[in-house]
Design a protein around this ligand. Structure first.
Ligand SMILES: CC(=O)SCCNC(=O)CCNC(=O)[C@H](O)C(C)(C)COP(=O)(O)OP(=O)(O)OC[C@H]1O[C@@H](n2cnc3c(N)ncnc32)[C@H](O)[C@@H]1OP(=O)(O)O
Length: 424
């Protein structure tokens, strides 16, 4: 089995092989891109090839930026299009592709790799751990009333003041804004710009490169699939949020919300209100709600929303432990010794992590460890979305003394849970 790079000439064969591995039929071409795979970076794709030259396995990587806790932006590889033909499985082809790819990512100087896992059993052995979580929230219209915020109140508040449809919302509740509904095809530039502002402040979020928008590659609202988009603008008319949605015809009249994108909680509230008050809708189904998002708390009826499809989203793999640990922001001072095992790459390191004033220093040490953990578990806790103590209680991370788990929880905790809704 040989692993080799693909070139632009291989694009069609690459896509055919990858689709066959997933059991999908090739789809007819769409004008100007349109398929999720049209933004594949062919210089970052790999073929696994048999001795007689037949491609039997594929793996690709997108060049993204990931927002770390502390709003640090770092380049990461978004691993994608991983597949091995059904006729050639369980012979080590994926393992060979992963080994080759991880070495290449390191050679590029990247210290993190991320992916969305088709199955949860595949990637831990390669050092990836689930790191961000998401869930759907379905709210019947008759239970959709929003509560008056107890800490604020008053007429200038985004919840209690004029509705978003007629204009209201800001970070402080002091300024007004407006919502206008347009079709997704008419506002691509606005979506791209608002998304870019949002993702820079949201830990766990990935960039959506311009190429994705121009090729309409990905899931709605990036794809050519028709959508309505409620665009929120501030008092000066500057777009600061959007919600992309469809309404199912027929008896269900379910409004399906692909995403609400904004960096401002008050704008999020205004857009949610706009959707929840929409006429001729029986229920509103939000596809992506971060697990700790205030939306559920904002419903007057705390049981008014049903959480659906809760699960993992972004899996994270550290390629350079000190590099990754010193890159993110930290929110509590302290020090901890981590003994990290990387079985797939056959590596082991003991690191002293010292945090002062939001920044970390990470050096090799021979001190006794506080925690012993696999690199995949470090990937899970790295963005702050999984408490180390949960993995201690699960029997995955070993705490060497009472208090070690609580110390790790305090250090790794972030101001806001990481969340990613970009599909790739
Ligand atoms: C980021 C993404 O693109 S996610 C998409 C992943 N791709 C898919 O789901 C498409 C359908 N599936 C496939 O193409 C293949 O089954 C793959 C890519 C998941 C696995 O490829 P293979 O070449 O069979 O994997 P390989 O032989 O290297 O297996 C390595 C180990 O992982 C295990 N493994 C591989 N796939 C799975 C799985 N789906 N579930 C459980 N274990 C698995 C193997 O049993 C093997 O274990 P071992 O080392 O203890 O013997």
């Amino acid at each position: 089995m040989e692993i080799r790079h693909t070139t632009d000439q291989d694009f069609d064969v690459f896509v055919d092989t990858m689709l066959a591995a997933f059991g999908f039929y090739p789809e007819p071409p769409v004008d100007g891109g349109g398929h999720w795979w049209s933004a594949l970076e062919m210089d970052r794709c790999l073929f696994a090839v048999t001795e007689d030259g037949q491609p039997v396995g594929t793996a690709g990587a997108y060049s993204f930026e990931l927002t770390l806790p502390g709003e640090t932006l770092v380049p990461v590889s978004g691993v994608t299009a991983v597949g091995v033909l059904p006729s050639h499985r369980r012979r080590g082809t994926l393992s060979a592709l992963m080994r080759h790819q991880l070495a290449e990512l390191r050679a590029r100087g990247e210290f993190l790799s991320v992916l969305l896992a088709s199955e949860a059993l595949i990637y831990r052995r390669f050092g990836y751990g689930p790191a961000t979580y998401t869930a759907g929230l379905t709210v019947p219209r008759h239970r959709a009333a929003l509560a008056v915020p107890r800490a604020r109140g008053g007429n200038d508040d985004p919840l209690t003041g004029t509705g978003a449809g007629s204009g209201a919302a800001s970070g402080t509740g002091a300024a007004s804004g407006s919502v206008k509904v347009v079709r997704s095809g008419e506002c691509a530039e606005v979506l791209e710009e608002v998304y870019d502002r949002y993702r820079r402040s949201q830990p766990g979020a990935l960039s959506r490169p311009h190429r994705w928008w121009s090729l309409r590659a990905g899931q709605p609202p990036i794809s050519p699939t028709p959508r309505y988009v409620a665009v929120h603008r501030d008092a000066d008319g500057v777009p600061d949020g959007y919600a992309s949605y469809t309404i199912e015809p027929g008896a269900s009249r379910t409004m399906k919300v692909d995403e609400i994108i904004t960096a401002d909680d008050a704008v999020h509230t205004a857009l949610a209100r706009f959707l929840l008050e929409h006429d001729l809708v029986n229920q509103v189904s939000f596809k992506h709600v971060p697990t700790d998002h205030p939306l559920r708390w904002q419903l007057e009826d705390f049981r008014g929303g049903e959480v659906t499809g809760a699960g993992d989203w972004l899996w994270v793999r550290l390629l350079d432990v000190p590099g990754a640990l010193t890159a993110r922001g930290w929110f509590a001072d302290g020090e901890i010794v981590l003994d990290v095992e990387d079985r797939f790459l056959g590596e082991h390191g003991r690191h002293l992590l010292t945090v002062r004033g939001g920044k970390a220093d990470c050096v090799p040490t021979d001190r006794e460890p506080d925690l012993s953990l696999d690199v995949s578990d470090l990937g899970s806790v790295y963005l702050g979305g999984t408490a180390p103590s949960t993995l201690v209680r699960a029997g995955h991370i070993r705490a060497h003394h009472p208090g070690a788990a609580a110390l790790a929880d305090t250090l790794f905790r972030t101001e806001r849970s990481p969340h990613c809704l970009h599909w790739f």
